[in-house]
Ligand binder design. Structure first.
Ligand code: ZN
Length: 244
């Protein structure tokens, strides 16, 4: 079984299509939330994701606000503008579907679990060893994928929690060692924030016990033009070019 890991698509259709076209073979998708918000294609992205064969699918904080499940108060001006536009743009059918997305965490088989922020709280950001320690105490599967920060990262339990250096090169792979717990963020599909503008995703091969970290170039100018045309804040278009 090979799972494609998709997090933080954020209504960026060009990034999502690039990932789906270029990802090496996979059987089912794992979708880690924040399907909408920031980008200009909430309906097309929701419909594309709805049609994928999916083993687990959970909501993110932007999905909750778009669906009116949590107040917009916690959002900064940019996110607020974008999510209010998103809520007005989504069809009633897509909005109802987004509103019904389950909260994480969710498991996929015996090896894998997904969450948006952390397994103990979907809205908490996981950045450092301390956050990872708390998360590992609550995760239910050896490998837990998370998103929310939009920054690729990996932590492993080796007597204590350690941040793993991310593998480099054209095909970076994290081997999954038995008797070890992992927390892995493959990065954001639609709004990377690690200074690399390429769309990010991952593939876990359950039998071979490997996690591939993937980056795909996509048509950034096209996604930017749609954001500007929708009247969304121009900085949401600009940041796609720098991956910040
Ligand atoms: Zn996000």
């Amino acid at each position: 079984m090979r799972y494609l890991i998709l997090s933080d698509v954020h209504a960026n259709l060009e990034a999502l299509e690039a990932v789906l076209a270029a990802a090496p073979s996979w059987d089912q998708a794992l979708i880690l939330g924040d399907l909408v918000g920031y980008g200009a294609d909430p309906n097309a992205v929701v419909e594309r994701l709805r049609a994928l064969p999916t083993a687990a699918l959970i909501r993110g904080n932007h999905d909750k606000v778009a669906a009116g499940l949590t107040p917009v108060d916690g959002f900064n001006q940019l996110a607020r503008h974008a999510i209010q536009w998103t809520a007005s743009e989504l069809t009633s059918d897509n909005l109802a579907w987004v509103a019904a997305l389950p909260a994480g965490p969710a498991v996929a088989g015996d090896l894998v679990e997904i969450c948006h922020g952390t397994p103990f709280d979907e809205d908490v950001y996981l950045f450092d060893d301390l956050d990872a320690q708390h998360a590992m105490d609550t995760q239910r599967r050896p490998v837990c994928f998370f998103g929310h920060t939009h920054v690729p990262a990996a932590f492993a339990w080796m007597g204590r929690v350690r941040a793993l250096p991310l593998p480099e090169g054209p095909h970076p792979v994290i081997p999954i060692v038995p008797e070890t717990r992992y927390l892995i963020n493959c990065g954001a599909v639609g709004q990377p924030r690690d200074n690399d503008p390429r769309a990010a995703c991952g593939v876990i091969d359950v039998e071979r016990r490997t996690v591939e970290l993937l980056r795909m170039p996509y048509d950034v100018p096209k996604a930017q033009a749609k954001i500007r045309r929708a009247g969304l804040p121009p900085v949401l278009a600009q940041r796609l070019a720098t991956g910040r």
